[in-house]
Write a protein that binds this ligand. Structure first.
Ligand SMILES: Nc1nc2c(ncn2[C@@H]2O[C@H](COP(=O)(O)OP(=O)(O)OP(=O)(O)O)[C@@H](O)[C@H]2O)c(=O)[nH]1
Ligand SMILES: [Mg+2]
Length: 152
């Protein structure tokens, strides 16, 4: 397997870039781009991401990699784990959700508040490709995901 943490680190920057382009910075009327209170004291923008994927795909290991922690020896996620981190001008909240079959029912509860989805795939797990296909289709077709950036 390749280094999922590093790949996701780069890709999550891209997700935030997309989000940034969609939400232009507020400017005072008539300011013509001069510094405003907001640009002099830039505020962190809050971004919420939901991380999903089959169990054992490497979601929690990836989050640990992003945080600079050891991605080895992680236990399966029961329920979810919430991770807050800062990335440039963004305050990022990642909901790392358990991928077990019985836990997947809770995923949809996080879609509304999320700006984007990170779908983690273990590409070496060819045995479960059909399960992956069906699970991914269900996520991508969900009405609360439609139109939002998705990183695989
Ligand atoms: N070699 C290698 N092992 C990895 C990598 N990513 C994850 N693992 C291992 O794969 C196993 C499962 O990783 P997890 O991060 O717990 O998977 P998960 O998607 O969070 O699983 P659930 O919480 O059950 O949904 C762990 O033993 C990790 O150490 C990787 O990039 N390389
Ligand atoms: Mg996990």
């Amino acid at each position: 397997m390749e280094d999922k943490g590093q790949t996701l680190g780069l890709a999550s920057c891209h997700l935030m870039e997309v989000y940034s382009q969609r939400t232009p910075r507020w400017k005072a009327p008539g300011s013509r781009g001069q510094p405003t209170l907001i640009s002099v004291f830039p505020l962190y923008r809050k971004v919420t991401l939901v991380m999903v994927g089959l169990d054992n795909a490497g979601k929690t290991a990836t989050v640990r990699g992003i945080q600079g922690e050891n991605p080895q020896d992680v236990a399966p996620t029961v329920g979810f784990s919430k991770v807050d981190l800062k990335q440039g001008k963004f305050e990022v909240t990642i909901f790392d959700l358990g991928g077990g079959k019985r836990i997947r029912g809770i995923w949809k509860n996080y879609y509304s508040e999320s700006h984007g989805v990170v779908f983690v795939v273990d590409s070496s797990d060819v045995q479960r490709i059909q399960e992956l296909r069906e699970t991914m289709a269900e996520v991508l077709q969900h009405p609360r995901i439609a139109g939002k950036p998705v990183l695989v």
